[in-house]
Structure formats: structure tokens, C-alpha cells
Design a protein around this ligand. Structure first.
Ligand SMILES: Cc1ncc(COP(=O)(O)O)c(C=O)c1O
Length: 412
């Protein structure tokens, strides 16, 4: 026993010496993992967990319950004993249902190109693991959902951020600037539309231009389309799947979390070219092996009633967006670009240069929980994100509290 411990200590010291830092042991995790910042949203939330009567609007979850048909189908599946391992790609009826659903939205998708994943986040991870090597360059639009930059970073890739800007009351992308950043050295573009946190939504014409450019240079596009049904005009946001050919270097990521109020179910899917599917199957095996079958049965039921639930949820969301943007926009010093999609108001507060400190104070003093803009990259500093997918009276009360507290807090 002692000999083993001594041998380990010697090996550790040798590694530490090899690391050149003089420490007896090397760092606990790989450097790219050690460098990852923890979630600033959780940071703020944890600082105020004890505040009574707080209205939590910091996380990105709709408050509506999952469609009851999905719950019943999952329970039925468990009762029927569907509790074993299953296919790496998802059960065949769900892959078929997803392909049919996508075709209903005008997208050319076959079941063989669909891989069911254990969340949208897992879909992003699988796609990144399949395509990225250490040192690869990845372009991400910012302000951005932090995971979209963190996942390539975990894999050792280098991130180039291209900023959106807020002008004339809307979020905008300078397309030329994006195309200039997409050089031959870039391996992947990660494009999230509708975007979290901004709500910016890329028009189909922009997608065509970006796709043509990426085709010329062989750049992969990872299209994060998890908010595609949360749009305030039309039944879905434009999708890269509408403009691309089935064998284009495109992976589109989607999720049951947002449109079907199923965040805790942890189920998503990705659509990829056929040539990438064997690699995705292998990676699925080594990540989670498969998504739970009873969860997948619930998803089939959710999709079969997709139209009604999603339409009603989006109609409600439109009213909530209007309420949030009108009420927040009336607060002195606050400017709120109008989101085209998703479920967030990402607003600037005049005089704020530390959004984490401001979010912490708002949580304690105004009893409203918001996400600090800096959580979404340096381009988000000076802003706060409010998730408006909650009951109208709750949202109205949160806006009242913010109107009463924000002007003074932002100045102090
Ligand atoms: C832009 C974006 N993509 C993907 C996801 C992943 O969602 P989930 O892992 O719940 O499917 C989220 C969740 O917040 C998101 O905001």
C-alpha cells in the first residue's frame, strides 16, 4: 500500500515538474477546462437564493407545464417496462416523427439524418466532438449563450467572436463583418437564430449568403435553432435546413425544451448530412449511449399535438413580449431592442458598467432575479436579460418592481 502511494507521489511529482510549475501534482483538470468560467447566471442566483418573494426571471424556461399528452405517454411507457437501453440514434418512431414534423415546416429531412440526443445541449456537444479538433478556429456571434463558446473551448478550439449590434430598436448583424471573419482557417460557424439572449433572428436571405460562403471555403455550420418556434411572425423562424442541400456541411440542433415546455426532460435532436451519421452514432455511444425511451415516447406525443400547443404558447408569448418591452422601455435610462424571437428582453441600463453587481442588487433589493449581461460575453456588459415566459401578472409585478428600483440602483 505504502509502495503504491509512494509510486503515485513520485509519478505526480514528475508530472508536476514536467508542467514546470514546481507543484508536486499537475492541475486537476485539462488547462482548457481549468480556464472555463462558471455560469455568472448561477452566480447571481446563488447570491439571492434566500430572498423571500423573489420573482426569478434569470433562467431560460417557459413556465407552462409540459403538454399532458406527453406526460401520459411517458408514464405509459414506464408502466409498459420500457426502461432498457435503446438505439444510439433514438427510437425509430421518434426519428420518423421528427422528420415528418420538419417536413411539415418545409424542410427536407429524412429520418436517417436525425439523431435524437439527451438535450439540445448534448446535440451541440456531439456535433462539436464530431467535427472539431484542438486548435480549430470557431466563429460565434455575440452576445451569445455561453455554452456555445464553452463547448468548443472544452475541446481545445479557438473562438472568434463577431458582435451583433443594437440600433434603431433592433438587433442587427453586419453580414460583411461576419463573412470577413469566415476565413479559410475557420473550421466551424456556430449560429444561433433566434438568438439567446438577444432574440435576433436571421432572415433566409442572410442564411443563403452565409451558406454559399461557407460552401466555398468548406466551413461547417452548426445552426442552433432551438427557439425556431418562438417567433412573433409566421409559424417558425427561417432555418438553414430550408436553404441547404442534404449533403451540405450543416448540423442543425433542436430541442423539446423550449417550444414544448420540456426543459427538465432533457431531450433534443440534430439533423446532419448522412456522411456524418456513423460518427454521431459512435459519439452518442460514448456520451450517453441513448436517450431514455420513456422520454422519447413523451416527445412523440408532444409532436403529434405540436400545432395546437406551440401556437397557443407562441400567441401568449407575443403578448408577454409586448408587455415586457413596453414596460421596461418606459423606465428612464433603459433601452430595449425588440426581440424577433426567443423569450428574452436583453436591455441596456444607462450608467451600468457591472451587470453582475447590478443583477445581485436587483435580486436582493427589488426582489427580481435577472441574468447579468456579462454572462453572455463582454458584448453583453451593461445589459440585463429578463425571461418573459411567465404568467402576465407575475411579469407585470416584476416590471413594477424594476421601474421602482432600477433608476436609483443603476446610478449608485
Ligand atoms: C441557444 C440555446 N441553445 C440550446 C439550448 C439547450 O437547450 P436544452 O439543452 O435544454 O435542450 C439552450 C438552452 O437554454 C439555448 O438557450
Amino acid at each position: 500500500m505504502i509502495a503504491v502511494a509512494r509510486a503515485e507521489a513520485t509519478a505526480g511529482a514528475a508530472l508536476g515538474a514536467a508542467a514546470g510549475d514546481g507543484s508536486p501534482f499537475p492541475p486537476v483538470a485539462r488547462p482548457s477546462v481549468e480556464r472555463l468560467e462558471g455560469s455568472l447566471i448561477r452566480d447571481v442566483a446563488q447570491s439571492a437564493w434566500d430572498v423571500e418573494g423573489l420573482i426569478p426571471l434569470w433562467f431560460g424556461e417557459p413556465d407552462l407545464p409540459t403538454p399532458p399528452a406527453a406526460v401520459e405517454a411517458a408514464i405509459g411507457s414506464l408502466r409498459a417496462g420500457e426502461t432498457l437501453y435503446s438505439s444510439n440514434f433514438g427510437i425509430a418512431p421518434l426519428r420518423e416523427a421528427i422528420a415528418e414534423y420538419a417536413r411539415g415546416l418545409g424542410r427536407r429531412v429524412t429520418a436517417g439524418r436525425v439523431c435524437v440526443t439527451s438535450s439540445g445541449l448534448n446535440a451541440v456537444m456531439l456535433a462539436a466532438q464530431a467535427i472539431l479538433s484542438p486548435g480549430d478556429r470557431v466563429v460565434v456571434l455575440t452576445p451569445h449563450w455561453p455554452n456555445l463558446a464553452a463547448i468548443p473551448q472544452v475541446l481545445g478550439a479557438e473562438i472568434v467572436l463577431v458582435p451583433l449590434s443594437a440600433s434603431g430598436g433592433r438587433w442587427r448583424l453586419d453580414l460583411d463583418r461576419l463573412l470577413q471573419a469566415l476565413t479559410p482557417e475557420v473550421r466551424m460557424l456556430i449560429l444561433n437564430s433566434p438568438s439567446n439572449p438577444t432574440g435576433w433572428t436571421m432572415p433566409a436571405a442572410g442564411m443563403r449568403e452565409v451558406l454559399a460562403h461557407c460552401r466555398r471555403l468548406g466551413i461547417w455550420i452548426l445552426a442552433d435553432e432551438v427557439y425556431e418556434r418562438m417567433v412573433f411572425e409566421g409559424q417558425a423562424a427561417p432555418s438553414f435546413l430550408e436553404v441547404a442541400e442534404p449533403d451540405d456541411r450543416l448540423v442543425a440542433v433542436n430541442s423539446f425544451s423550449k417550444a414544448w415546455s420540456m426543459t427538465g426532460w432533457r431531450l433534443g435532436w440534430l439533423t446532419a448530412p448522412e456522411a456524418l451519421m456513423p460518427a454521431l452514432g459512435r459519439l452518442s455511444e460514448f456520451n450517453t449511449s441513448c436517450a431514455p425511451v420513456f422520454v422519447q415516447r413523451g416527445a412523440i406525443a408532444a409532436l403529434s399535438g405540436a400545432g395546437d400547443f406551440v401556437r397557443a404558447a407562441t400567441d401568449r408569448l407575443r403578448g408577454l413580449r409586448d408587455l415586457a418591452t413596453t414596460r421596461l422601455g418606459a423606465i428612464p435610462g433603459v433601452s430595449v431592442p425588440e426581440p424577433d424571437g426567443a423569450m428574452y428582453a436583453f436591455f441596456a441600463v444607462e450608467g451600468c458598467d457591472d451587470s453582475v453587481a447590478l443583477a445581485r442588487r436587483l435580486a436582493r433589493e427589488a426582489r427580481v432575479g435577472l441574468a447579468p449581461g456579462r454572462a453572455f460575453g463582454a458584448a453583453g456588459e451593461g445589459r440585463l436579460r429578463l425571461c418573459f415566459a411567465v404568467a402576465e401578472p407575475t411579469l407585470a409585478e416584476a416590471c413594477d418592481r424594476l421601474a421602482a428600483a432600477l433608476p436609483a440602483l443603476a446610478r449608485s
